[in-house]
Write a new protein. Structure first.
Length: 296
């Protein structure tokens, strides 16, 4: 009679179902997702709060603006916008800011982009360092010699003097953004174009410049924003005919009182062009700055 043998017990650990494993792994991801969403909401709220307050104050009376008990529950009024648009000074200041910002940005791009290509392609680091010095020097320290020089030339109070002063800052800004961008472009493309008979500058115009369009757009947007928001140059070098929007906003404040409603209405109108430029140029701004930060 043969003995009955019992099988040895299975000591291999039981396999955990894939659903449980995936659930355990997804818990930290869900927590990180919630924290990320909360952080985004907080950052957006901090950024949007001054803008919301500005627009709300533009729709209030001066008494409501200074009354802390009046929040967002109020009856809006358009009197502040009608008052600031009545005499035409705001429209003239907007026009001046647009002329100065567009012309100074366009001329800065024309000068700085080819210069950035030359510095990046031919390793002209010494020239780039000299331009960087102009970027580092505080522009306010040059206002006194600028005023004296332009006064001798009879240019104080003209659009030209403001365009030139803004270019002093915009050209180095665009130059240093575009140097990194051109250094990130493959040089083999330009070498192939030169092999086909193009000159060095022809390869820049037909090959490098189209590839650098996102970087050029991002640099131009940043230069325009600087020109649009610049206050100190226009305060010293402009007059009533060429007054820009930042100086006009400053005029709403006086020693005795401040017209908060008119100030916020004018500030809201001033924000619209820059906001539109940032919205429509956002794709190029992000792409240009990201591409300019990588090489090889």
């Amino acid at each position: 009679m043969s003995a009955v043998t019992t099988p040895a017990p299975d000591r291999t650990p039981a396999r955990v179902p894939q659903r449980i494993v995936a659930r355990r792994r997804s818990r930290p991801q869900r927590v990180l997702g919630v924290l990320r969403a909360v952080l985004i909401v907080v950052v957006c709220a901090v950024i949007a709060l001054p803008i919301v307050w500005m627009i709300a104050a533009a729709l209030k009376t001066n008494v409501q603006v200074t009354d802390p008990t009046v929040g967002l529950a109020f009856t809006p009024t358009w009197d502040n916008f009608r008052n600031v648009l009545a005499d035409g000074v705001l429209v003239q200041s907007l026009t001046n800011s647009l002329i100065i910002g567009v012309v100074s940005t366009a001329l800065s791009v024309v000068i700085a982009v080819p210069a950035a290509w030359a510095v990046g392609r031919f390793r002209m680091r010494r020239t780039g360092s000299i331009v960087l010095v102009a970027r580092i020097v505080p522009a306010i320290s040059l206002l006194v010699p600028w005023y004296y020089m332009f006064a001798q030339l009879g240019l104080v109070g003209s659009h030209l003097v403001l365009i030139l002063s803004h270019m002093f800052v915009s050209v180095p800004l665009i130059l240093w953004i575009m140097i990194g961008f051109f250094e990130g472009l493959p040089v083999e493309l330009e070498d192939a174009a030169r092999t086909d008979g193009l000159s060095a500058f022809g390869a820049f115009l037909r090959i490098a410049l189209p590839l650098a369009a996102p970087g050029t757009a991002s640099a131009a947007v940043l230069a325009f924003i600087f020109s649009w928001n610049n206050f100190i140059f226009a305060l010293i070098l402009a007059d009533e005919r060429t007054m820009t929007m930042p100086v006009l906003l400053f005029n709403f404040m006086s020693y005795a009182s401040t017209d908060w409603g008119g100030l916020m209405a004018a500030a809201t109108l001033m924000t619209v062009p820059v906001l539109l430029a940032a919205v429509f140029g956002q794709r190029y701004l992000v792409a240009g700055l990201t591409a300019g930060a990588t090489k090889g």
